[in-house]
Write a protein that binds this ligand. Structure first.
Ligand SMILES: Cc1cc2nc3c(=O)[nH]c(=O)nc-3n(C[C@H](O)[C@H](O)[C@H](O)COP(=O)(O)OP(=O)(O)OC[C@H]3O[C@@H](n4cnc5c(N)ncnc54)[C@H](O)[C@@H]3O)c2cc1C
Length: 425
């Protein structure tokens, strides 16, 4: 990590705007393949690993875990990674209904033993992933992280892309990758307009401690205002992602500790014994956004800068990591052939590989959000029946598990990038 003086020009091969979970993974993947890069992030690296910065715990799919292993991050992540052994999805009328919080008799149960010995994925606190990434970056001579410093603009010409930083430093490479998140200023400046809408829902995130062990079972209930996910963490702790209508969320967030705990207990149920919320509450506005094009000359969008989805299926970061695996493979293959890594032809190969997959999955998740954030009785019965039917059909259940684990690409196995198979590029 370095602080920069003004008017300096740094030459590199790839410029990565944004050193979040996706940007740093991309840097490590490119470096493993021998491509040098500079990552710039606006935030202080020490601040983003603080327990108070980001309370989220991400479900890291099986294939994404393989990629973290291939990028030498697993030794640091392993002790903080809670295996997901089972996922139970069920419908519920919610706390204020007559049958208060009771799950419907129809539910869907994914058991990892049906598809092998490995867990379906792991739950890892984002701060631990950031720490492991920062450590790996420090040990990687081909990656330079400049932070905190903001990218003010990216200038592109026929042969290069140059990031102009707030400090005055210019970072020039053959290509720039925008990993600067949902609001991506780089995407905006490149004139790429989004297709987007809000779900008018807010994700309330907090951690609870409970009396009984969770046994690695993730639970998702569908309440009338949206999904309520209970995600097992290391120890007798779970992370909650409680989706609430945006106009109601502020009132819940402002409750005193006792009443907040009571609201949680109403939704959570008592299957893990007594429970108490620990630590802060965070909130995230939820919406869908898709960039219709991922590339421009000398520029590619990656991760949330290209697509932002609802956390209903815990796939947002996993989609970004799949982008990274595909992009790194395209760029490293091109560099090995001695060709231009920033040519539009090269970048289009990445776009063709990822855009269809991301759009189909985003649309699927959008459908799920509308289907399950609704208390209209006929729809509720139909979806309950749907859950029950999928639960009864073994091959369908196994297919869902493989897709969620990221071990199957929509175009078939051969479309899976090497890093997601656990190989280096
Ligand atoms: C409640 C919730 C739960 C979720 N749970 C899951 C889950 O279980 N599993 C899962 O796969 N996904 C999950 N997600 C989605 C996941 O969190 C995101 O997809 C992921 O964080 C996106 O990472 P990113 O690096 O693309 O973007 P970001 O995390 O937004 O990072 C962008 C980075 O760019 C930097 N930046 C921005 N502008 C500039 C600039 N001008 N100059 C320099 N730097 C800049 C920022 O400082 C930041 O570090 C969840 C999301 C929410 C809201």
């Amino acid at each position: 990590m370095s602080h920069t003086d003004t008017s300096k020009i740094i030459e590199t091969e790839a410029v990565i705007v944004g050193g979040g979970l996706v940007g740093l993974t991309l840097a490590l993947a490119l470096a493993k393949g021998g491509v040098e890069c500079v990552v710039i992030d606006a935030l202080d690296p020490a601040a983003v690993t603080d327990a108070g910065f980001d309370g989220r715990v991400s479900a890291i799919a099986f294939a994404s875990c393989r990629m973290f292993r291939a990028l030498n991050m697993w030794d640091d992540l392993g002790p903080h990674a809670q295996p997901i052994n089972d996922i139970v999805v069920s419908d519920s009328r919610g706390p204020r209904a007559a049958n208060k919080g009771a799950a419907s008799p129809f539910f869907l149960h994914f058991d990892h033993r049906e598809i092998g010995d490995e867990p379906l994925g792991h739950l890892i606190e984002n701060r631990h992933t950031r720490m492991a990434q920062q450590k790996a970056v420090e040990a990687e001579p081909l990656v330079t992280l400049i932070a905190p410093d903001g990218v003010m603009s990216v200038e592109r010409d026929d042969h290069s892309a140059t990031a102009i930083l707030r400090s005055g430093t210019r970072v020039r490479g053959q290509v720039a990758f925008a990993c600067d998140g949902r609001g991506s200023p780089t995407r905006e400046a490149a004139g790429i307009k989004l297709v987007k809408w809000s779900y008018k829902q807010t994700g309330i995130v907090t951690t609870v401690e409970h009396e009984k062990p969770h046994e690695g079972v993730a639970q998702e209930y569908f309440l009338p205002s949206g999904p309520f996910a209970i995600l097992p963490m290391v120890g007798n702790r779970s992370s909650l992602v409680w989706t609430e209508a945006s106009h109601l969320a502020p009132a819940f967030l402002e409750l005193d500790d006792e009443r907040f705990a009571a609201e949680i207990a109403d939704r959570f149920g008592d299957f893990l014994g007594d429970l108490s919320p620990v630590g802060p509450r965070w909130s995230y506005p939820l919406g869908l956004q898709i960039a219709p094009e991922y590339v421009k000359p000398r520029l590619a969008l990656v991760g949330d800068a290209a697509h932002g989805v609802h956390p209903i299926a815990g796939q947002g970061l996993n989609l970004g990591l799949r982008d990274v695996a595909a992009l790194a493979e395209v760029i490293v293959d091109t560099a090995r052939l001695g060709l231009d890594i920033g040519s539009l032809e090269t970048l289009k190969r990445y776009e063709r590989w990822r855009r269809f997959d991301n759009t189909v999955l985003a649309a699927g998740m959008d459908g799920l959000v509308h289907l399950f954030s609704n208390d209209f009785a006929p729809l509720r019965h139909a979806r309950d029946l749907g859950l029950g039917i999928v639960n009864e059909i073994g091959p369908l259940r196994r297919l869902f598990m493989r897709h969620a684990g990221g071990t199957v690409a929509l175009g078939g196995e051969e479309k899976l990038p090497k890093l997601l198979r656990g190989e280096t590029v």
